[in-house]
Design a binder for this molecule. Structure first.
Ligand code: AMP
Ligand code: ZN
Length: 114
């Protein structure tokens, strides 16, 4: 999608600090980290959010979770634990409308999910 921030990041048109890339998935550091480790993991294919996941495009979601587990080990947060979050729509406070999963860790996170 031409006007999508994360599509531009994936295409290299906007700089990012890449932590992983393969045929299906791109992962980069969040510009405004909420924890010592805060990585965004996104599908290369433009999917606007979790509400648009279908049987046709859902395979990439398992790739994203495989990537999250791999990165958590590499980044040293696998044993202590971490959180994976995706925000969807207005009530979910989604600000970028390209599906993305926040991988957060490196400190004790709070239980408040609201
Ligand atoms: P969300 O609010 O769930 O849609 O998450 C969007 C995330 O994208 C936020 O955590 C932002 O800090 C992050 N973000 C916005 N612009 C950039 C950028 N240029 N590079 C890296 N992360 C970004
Ligand atoms: Zn996009």
């Amino acid at each position: 999608m031409s006007d999508c921030l994360f599509c531009k990041i994936i295409a290299g048109e906007i700089p990012s600090t890449k932590v992983y890339e393969d045929e299906y998935v791109y992962a980069f550091k969040d510009i405004n980290p909420l924890a010592p480790i805060h990585v965004l993991i996104v599908p290369k294919e433009h999917i606007s959010g979790a509400s648009e996941i279908t049987s046709e495009n859902s395979a990439v979601v398992s790739k994203i979770f495989e990537t999250a587990a791999k990165l958590a080990k590499e980044l040293g947060i696998s044993e202590d634990g971490f959180r994976i979050v995706t925000n969807c729509g207005d009530h979910g406070c989604q600000s970028v409308h390209h599906l993305h999963f926040h991988l957060l860790g490196g400190k004790q996170l709070t239980a408040d999910m609201g």
